[in-house]
Design a protein around this ligand. Structure first.
Ligand code: NAP
Ligand code: MG
Length: 489
């Protein structure tokens, strides 16, 4: 039973610069994965009418927001960054409570949000076009990047601060207005981010925030006729629907989906550093990063030594409430994620892989009401097994033994995804071969698969991403259209 106390905070939608209740008068509870009896907060269960108001507000605001100019828009983002910076501890704590990531990780992510805001605030002063020589000497020809219009933003729960900010900030600075629907599992954290934008004093209707079910509000947003572009991060199934709908209407779309990220361990890898990076890449955030390590492909010569060290270090991982000191890994973010991980553990065993460490559901005392599972390692995994092909989005490693680097790269590419991939080696030839042949948008050498820098392009190949890259200056491609201007005196 869910405990109901008057202390539970309730968050409204933010439409046309007002915090408003949904017409439904219904609320959705956001539950803590550390204790399913704890309601972290309540958000609006919005209706099609609420969505209509949000999209219309964004539509009516777009002309004035475009005219205000890029530099002035950047100034708003500097203000938002300062407000978010003053609330890092509080927002990080909400994130930990709401989706289980440990407090240091949540703080790191919130600080990252501040840095992303500052990066795009700086974009306010950077160039938005090029001069191109005309064949007519008396003419001036140049390009100018202009806003797309109303951008719909749909985000997942796994990076509840960073992903919304890396979409909202470039959308706004390049002159678009926004309707943002966050993941329900992390909607309270998202509401707090919107409070920071609201406090910075954006003009009416520029940023609108609406919570509710994916199939009603998410789907309704994707299909809305006033939308000019849609950016989505989440699962493959929903992402495919976004692409189809956008293509039918001829609007811009950017879709970031899953990963099945491989790490190759070469015979000449530094054992200690490699094990540390594999553990961090696979198990931080309970394996719920789209760039998390999930297939570890090991050359035969180092296999036994690597496995032994990996098992030793994995045993040391402390699992528990991410708000407590000394806890390295929190719970799965929700009951459904918990069930997914458990089902993949059964699938792996049924397929004939051997679970050689972890994969235990923790019970007793504070564990009973949470979604805790220990980090799991399978060996004797064949490439055609589901645990070697499908995204699990949990703390599970599949160990695969190979004869050489060529076989390792082939095994790494044997997936429909192509987000991130790493190799650990001290051999320049292996590194060059890997960076040339690997099918991944993020290619990492002697570094974990899960590292991302905000100033560099982010996105994948194959089934992981469709559309132009996010983050850094690459984001400009999606959030703007190019006008080619020719002036003859
Ligand atoms: P999800 O179920 O696809 O949900 C993502 C968002 O879409 C949520 O806001 C969700 O709303 C909404 N949604 C659900 N059904 C919808 C529909 N029919 N139409 C429109 N919107 C809909 O994914 P998730 O479980 O939150 O996130 C995990 C997935 O995200 C993983 O596959 C992971 O790999 C991927 N991910 C990818 C990246 C990347 O950059 N490549 C980054 C992070 C995560 P509700 O919450 O209300 O259902
Ligand atoms: Mg939750």
């Amino acid at each position: 039973m869910v405990s109901i106390t008057s202390k539970i905070p309730t968050y409204k939608n933010y439409i046309n610069n007002e915090w408003v209740e949904s017409a439904s008068t219904k609320l959705i509870d956001s539950i803590s994965p550390m204790n399913k009896n704890e309601v972290v907060g309540r958000v609006q269960s919005s209706t099609q009418d609420d969505l209509e108001r949000a999209v219309n507000a964004a539509h009516h605001a777009k002309e004035d927001w475009r005219k205000i100019g890029q530099s002035a828009r950047g100034q708003f983002l500097f203000k938002v960054a300062n407000i978010l910076e003053s609330r890092i501890d509080e927002i990080a704590e909400t994130m930990t409570l709401e989706m289980g990531k440990t407090l240091p990780e949540a703080k790191g992510e919130t600080s990252r949000g501040v840095a992303i805001l500052r990066y795009y605030a700086g974009e306010g002063m950077r160039k938005n076009g090029d001069v191109i020589p005309s064949s007519d000497n008396e003419a001036l020809m140049f390009t100018k990047r202009v806003p797309v219009g109303v951008v719909g933003i749909i985000t997942p729960w796994n990076f509840p601060v960073a992903i919304p900010i890396w979409k909202v900030a470039p959308a706004l600075v390049y002159g678009n207005t926004v309707v943002f629907k966050p993941a329900t599992e992390a909607a309270v954290t998202a509401a707090k981010i919107i409070e920071c934008f609201s406090e910075a004093g954006l003009p009416d209707g520029v940023l609108n925030f609406i919570t509710g079910s994916g199939s009603i509000i998410g789907q309704g947003l994707i299909e809305h006729s006033l939308l000019n572009a849609i950016t989505f991060t989440g699962s493959e199934t929903v992402g495919q629907g976004v692409l189809k709908s956008a293509a039918e209407r001829g609007i811009k779309s950017q879709v970031e989906m899953g990963g099945k990220n491989p790490v190759i361990v070469a015979n000449d890898a530094d054992l200690d550093k490699t094990v540390e990076a594999v553990i961090s890449g696979a198990f931080r955030s309970t394996g719920q990063k789209c760039t998390a390590t999930s297939k570890v492909i090991v050359e035969a010569g180092i296999y036994e030594a690597f496995k032994e060290k990996l098992l030793q270090e994995t045993e040391k991982i402390t699992v528990g409430n991410g708000l407590e000191n000394g806890i390295w890994m929190g719970p799965c973010a929700s009951e459904s994620q918990f069930n997914t991980v458990k089902s993949y553990l059964s699938i792996g065993k049924e397929e004939g892989a051997q679970l050689i460490s972890g994969g235990q559901v923790l019970t007793g005392d504070e564990y009973d009401n949470g979604f805790y599972i220990t980090p799991a390692i399978f060996e004797n995994v064949n490439l055609d097994m589901r645990i070697a092909q499908e995204e699990i989005f949990g703390p599970v490693i599949a160990l695969i033994k190979v004869a050489d680097i060529q076989e390792a790269i082939k095994a790494a590419n044997d997936t429909k995804f192509g987000l991130s991939a790493s190799i650990f080696t001290s051999n320049i030839n292996s590194f060059l071969k890997f960076s040339d042949e690997i099918e991944a948008g993020l290619v990492r050498v002697n570094a974990e698969s899960a590292g991302v820098e905000l100033q560099a392009p982010f996105g994948g190949m194959k089934g992981s991403s469709v559309g132009s890259r996010e983050q850094g200056e690459a984001a400009q491609e999606f959030y703007t259209e190019v006008k080619t201007i020719f002036i003859k005196g």
